[in-house]
Ligand binder design. Sequence first.
Ligand SMILES: *Cc1c(COP(=O)(O)O)cnc(C)c1O
Length: 404
Amino acid sequence: MVRVNDNFQKLPGSYLFSTIAKKVNEYQQANPEKGLIRLGIGDVTQPLAPAIIEALHKAVDEMADAKTFHGYAPDLGYEFLRNAIAKNDYADRGCDITADEIFVSDGAKCDSSNIQELFSADCKIAVCDPVYPVYVDSNVMAGRTGTYDQTTEMWSDIVYMPCTMENGFVPEFPKETPDLIYLCLPNNPTGTTVTKSQLQEWVDYANQSGAVIIYDGAYEAYITEKDVAHSIYECEGAKTCAMEIKSFSKNAGFTGVRLGYTVVPKELKRQDVSLHSMWARRHGTKFNGAPYIIQRAGEAVYSEAGKAQLKEQVAYYMKNASVIKTGLLEAGYTVFGGVNAPYIWLKTPKNMTSWEFFDYLLENANVVGTPGSGFGPSGEGYFRLTAFGSYENTVAALERIKKL
Ligand SMILES: *Cc1c(COP(=O)(O)O)cnc(C)c1O
């Protein structure tokens, strides 16, 4: 008899964003005259930059001619893109990462959920709390997390590292040494980050304990402060303990285009086995490459015109972040993030729970955000607003919030 993967049955009920969508739809149906402003989901809204559109058109035309047509892409990515990444994201920042340590993919969500396949089922994972849900759920599906406790909202076999205002949203080294450590910096959902020297401490910790860091740098382009690392490989010794996952979604608006990459350094070994070789094998077996057209679009991200246009796009969102942050501060809120990331993390007023504040904001300001508790138990009492809306909507939303 066919038996299903029981681990899927362990996943707790409804997904955060579907619960939000349901509540918002119900409210809108009951109040059709109200104009809602959505500062909830982490999706971009600005169109692709002209340099990227141009590269896409050119690549499409190439596909129309047998002489320039491209079939299957190389499993690990085209050289032109891997070289552009190695130069711009690494060499120019003084990081010693070569093109053949870069694995091009169709996005960071897939990579961050697939990467756990390289490790045994009894490896213990550590995550920040609150956290991007993909890291936890992909390990649940793989049977690595034990049982779920409804009351604590925690898995028995996961090491949680609370990130709250009490510790400045900097995770502390766990008492129990984990095998895999997920770090997303700058962070989704809190919008906060750590300094380069704090990151160096994590690299030292991993090297000393033998743990592997899975570093999600999806929001790297939003860093504005000088003492924040743009790559974990800016830290000494990171090549022997860390993999880095990057996405084109947030820096270049590729959420609907799909492109990302993962760096696995050749020095990264455990039990004398090269994780680089394992990931290459995995890619070769399970993945047939990101589309040629999209990889050409990715190359354009690193062209002079592309870089200039995307700097403006990121600045546009960061102007929204500043509108949200200063508006909330003026209204008397306690606010975090929004300086190195397009997320603002606020403390709910009057000890409201995250969901109480969600309803309050929806009903009284007609603004949609995301309850912090949806990202983990330590997110309770917090709330996330994103800077990915239009400038006009962001300004209007803050006017409404200030009037509450
Ligand atoms: C948006 C986001 C990603 C990007 O995922 P893609 O699949 O590349 O679109 C990755 N990690 C985090 C934490 C994110 O918020």
